[in-house]
Design a protein around this ligand. Sequence first.
Ligand code: FRU
Length: 485
Amino acid sequence: MYTCQKADEYIEKNRVDRADKPEFHLTTPVGWLNDPNGFSIYGGKAHLFYQFHPYSTEWGPMHWGHSTSDDFIRWEELPTALAPDSDYDAFGCFSGTAIENDGKQVLFYTGVVEEKLADGTKNVIQNQCMAVGDGISYEKISSNPVVDGKIMPEDCSRVDFRDPKVWKDEDGRYYMLTGNRTYDGIPQVVLFSSDDMYNWKFESVFAKDETGRFGVVWECPDYFEMDGHKLLIVSPQDMSADGEFHNGNNVVFFIGDVDEENHIFKYEKAVSVDSGFDFYAPQTIRTPDGRRVMIGWMQSWDSVNTLPRGQKWACMMSVPRELMISDGKLIQTPVRELCGYRQNKLVVNDTLRGEKTYEGINGRVIDMTVDIKKADCGHFTMHFAKDEIHETNVSYTPGTQMLEIDRTFAGWIRDTNCVRKVKIKNGNGLSKMRIVMDWNSIEIFVNDGEQVLSTVIYTPRNAQDIVFETDGCVELEVEKYDLNI
Ligand code: FRU
């Protein structure tokens, strides 16, 4: 039997030393982490729950871990918030939302159970459940599940029916959007409404894709308005690469409009949120000062079993990002609070020919911006986290306007996908890159956040060099800070 208390006792005995983990990318105290859950502001702090399996570095019966922060960068560990301890969630407490109501913090999550079918076989069933708490501990309500999949139209899958996003709308009612598919494989999100959070009715199939472009199941929906646009974020499984998106699980940002009467979202534009290897299942919040901040799981489901031997924590969150829409384009930048941790500013202006290192431009926990003023070359490459054996290369080819990450030598022990190429979208090529590195990650914000590429690395910590290299001539300015968290 799993309980929060049992999890916390296990954590107490097995907690991983902070020095063996990333500095500011949220990880578990020990064990496995996937999606961010319940990202919210409550009691004056940012709360971040997450899919959590304390007992191993692999996915298992899902708990909700819990942390809070004053600035999205330094996280404080709280007790385990949910454990799969009830008959309606015995197979796991899957992803969901936190929302404030009457001074309480209310969690909505997916309760997963196994059901015996008439023919004797077993089936996974997912329903939406609720727990109420004070910001530290939570009690599941006695009438769970609050949304039973049986209230959906018959063609909506009850096997893939998860990840409730709940919000209170301007009309005073509560809405819940959950990931879903039809039994014949059309990915969709379904909408429910309620006057009191406890009694829900089915409203609509809010959005779906019948073209086959956007995978087979939509997970982890988020929906909000920003800069005058209606936005739907989903995490589809099983997509095929098409120039904008890569193979496998992606995160899709739909910009669109809503038929308010029928509760139907129509998209006008679909953009990839992260063109790197590792970003999935994000959630967003609106901060008290009016920003839209997003955090995602910095991992790909296709490369999860690749930890270096002996590592006792698995997976981390991305750096939280501020979102904006400008000229119809999605812009993402690291939360501004990160700049508060910058130290040791170094600026280098150079005309690069051949291969070079610059004194002080190195390290693994850094925030660095590279301004490319002119690139007369076949390629311009930066080698990060480098020693004699290791490196992760970021290479730009002006002739094709392609940017490539190659993490082949980043310390993998499995034959993981290591090369990704993306086209710079703006038509004018690469002019700027902001590179945020923590011990186990590199996040690249291209051209002031018009594109982002995230990757996990498992490179030994003493690989600290950064080498700049070109076959022609590149005029550049580098501004580099250490991050001291
Ligand atoms: C997405 C996801 C969710 C689910 C959770 C389970 O990564 O598959 O749909 O709630 O992970 O851990």
